[in-house]
Design a protein around this ligand. Structure first.
Ligand code: MG
Length: 308
């Protein structure tokens, strides 16, 4: 078998409950392993129109695609600039963080790749990691140094921006730094109404929550401490619960910060996303593999879509 063939297989889905409000949050009794053979996979993004999942296999410098209709996996782009996180904008265009090129790009409908941001005041970013699009068309991304600390996930290089920060690109292309007090900003997601933004700090193994007011954020108190490993990517469901990646699986938090429960995963989880036509299928990237299961909840549409 070649490395691109899907590996059929399932493992039991183990749900661990810590709070009664986790009752009813369940799904398939098994996790499907859709594919394995990666080195460190991240950045899952589901295309409702294309009915496929894309993700990054960062050290192998490729983006892979799983076809929902056939379960087949193929290379979508390789080399890929050591991409990490992806998202779709309101037009369904792919927005990608590239470690290798130290930039955030958009893949246009004609296939051309546009650079959305590659420097702050003339200084190159470190290695953009994860990205989200707000309903006003602005693009928010984190810029830790994991892609330049060695050649493993990009190219070894120096920090030029005096740290690891969070940035926003407005719909008209203006760039601002929205937070400068992180050690390792990583996963980033808005609450369903976009009044809040959650950002993980992998170096501090916690997640913070900010109030969003237009193009600015304030607050930033610690929302949750990761009890197993460190948080990476996060997603929000339709009622505002936060689904966070951790070493032992996916941790689910009530909006009040309570850890409601966990979905245990056999490998260290890097990222997750809700997909499928109803956004009730959870896709999980975890070290070498991609897992999925159908759940009883639905992921929030991001960017916000008044029609769903
Ligand atoms: Mg990440």
């Amino acid at each position: 078998m070649t490395i691109l063939e899907p590996l059929a297989g399932t493992v039991p889905a183990e749900w661990e409950k810590f709070d009664d409000r986790f009752d009813g949050i369940r799904g398939d009794q098994h996790l499907e392993r859709l594919w394995t053979g990666g080195r460190w996979v991240e950045g899952p993004v589901y295309s409702p129109a294309g009915r496929y999942l894309l993700w990054s296999d960062i050290p192998n410098d490729r983006i892979l695609r799983w076809d929902e209709t056939s379960y087949q996996v193929s290379a979508f782009r390789a080399p890929a600039g050591n991409t990490n996180g992806h998202t779709l904008d309101q037009q369904g265009r792919l927005v990608s963080c590239e470690h290798g090129n130290r930039r955030v790009t958009r893949t246009e409908h004609n296939g051309r790749i546009s650079v959305l941001a590659d420097n702050y005041e003339g200084h190159r970013f470190n290695s953009p990691n994860d990205v989200v699009v707000k309903r006003d068309g602005s693009i928010w991304f984190t810029d830790p140094s994991y892609g330049i600390s060695s050649d493993y996930e990009g190219y070894k290089g120096e920090i030029e921006t005096e740290g690891c920060h969070v940035y926003r690109v407005s719909a008209d292309g203006g760039l601002t730094r929205v937070a400068d007090d992180f050690d390792g900003p990583n996963g980033i997601a808005f609450s369903p109404d976009e009044s809040l933004i959650y950002i993980t700090d992998t170096e501090r193994a916690h997640m913070r929550v900010f109030t969003v007011e237009g193009d600015r954020i304030s607050g930033g108190e610690v929302f949750a401490e990761c009890g197993n490993g460190a948080f990476d990517g996060i997603r929000i469901d339709t009622v505002g619960r936060v689904w966070a990646s951790a070493a032992d699986g996916v941790h689910v938090y009530h909006p009040d910060g309570t850890l409601l429960g966990k979905l245990l995963v056999p490998e260290t989880v890097s990222n997750l996303t809700f997909g499928g036509a109803k956004r009730n299928r959870l896709f999980i990237t975890a070290t070498t593999s991609v897992y999925s299961l159908f759940t009883t909840v639905n992921g929030a549409a991001q960017p916000y879509d008044p029609h769903v």
